[in-house]
Design a protein around this ligand. Sequence first.
Ligand SMILES: [Zn+2]
Length: 333
Amino acid sequence: MPFKDIIGQDRAIGFLKNAIRKDRLAHAYLFTGIDGIGKRTTAINLAMVVNCLLPKDWDSCGECLSCRKIQRGNHPDVQIIEPDGQFIRIEQVRELSRSLYFRPIEGKKKVCIIANGEKMQHTAANALLKTLEEPPSHILIVITAPESKDLLPTMVSRCQNIGFNPLAPAIITKRLCEERGLDRRTAHILSFLAEGSLGRALSMDSQSLLEKREYLINEVCNISFREAGKISTFAEAMGKSTDDLLDTLEILKSLIRDIMVLKNAKEGVCPIIHIDCMDKIRDWCKRFSSARLFEIFTTINEAKKAINRNVNRVLVLETMLLTISRGEVRNYA
Ligand SMILES: [Zn+2]
C-alpha cells in the first residue's frame, strides 16, 4: 500500500518521505507504537519505494512488477522475519545476516523487516547487532516493536526511531463502516474500545461486544454492596468465561469513563462513547461521586494488569466488583 493510502501516520510518513527525497535513508529504522496502526504496512511500502521501477512523489507506484512482487510477498530481495512460535530465534537471525551480505538479486536494495522485534531472543538480538554495526550499503532493515525499551539499548542506538501514533477514533470508525459494513453507532463504540488500533478494531466481534455491554450495564454496574452473594457469582461467571476477559473489562472501563466525562467535562469537549446509553449514564452520574468514579476506574485498570500477570481471576474480579458495589453516593453521604 503506497504511503498516500496509509492513514493517520502523516508525521512518520512525512519523515520517511523527506529522507527519501534527500537521499538520506538510514540503514536501519525502528518503528515503534502499539499493534495494528500501520507500522508493518509502512515498512513494506518503504521496501516498495526503494525498489520501485516507477516511483512518484517519493512514494511507490504500487503497480510495477517489483511493487506487486513485494505486496505478494515473493520478491527475492525483501523478507519479513516474524516470531517462530513465541520468539524470533538466533537461527532466523543468523540466516538473515548471511543472506543480507549478498547483493540484491532483482531490486536496488535488500530489505528486511523484523516484525515484533521485542520477541527477539537475547542471543538473536546480539547476532543482529553485528549486522547493524557494519551494515553493507545495499541493505535496509526495519524493526517494529511496541516501545524502544523493549529492545537492547545497543540495538536502539543503531536505528533511527520513528514513533507511530494510535489512530484517532474517527479514522477507525470510518474504516469499520467501509470495510466491515458496521453501522456508525457500533463502529463508534468499537473505535474507542480498540484504543487507537485499527487492527484490533477490525478483529473485534461487534455482536459479542454489544451483548457483553448489555450484561455489564444491566447487571454489573447495578450491583449493590448489600448483595455479597451476587458479587461472588458475577466474579466466578466472569472469571470462568472463555471470552476475552480483558475486552469485557475494557468495555466496563469505557462505561465508567463516559460517566466521568458527563459528570466533569464541559459540554462537547470529550465525546461520549456509549451515546446510545445516555439515559443510563445520566442516571449513574447522579449515583456516583467523582472520587468514587475515579476509584472504580483505577480498580478496573489494576484488575486488567493483574489478569495480565495471571493473578487469580476470580479474586481480582471480586475486589473490583466490591469497589463498584460501594460506588453509590448515598452509601457515603
Ligand atoms: Zn512500483
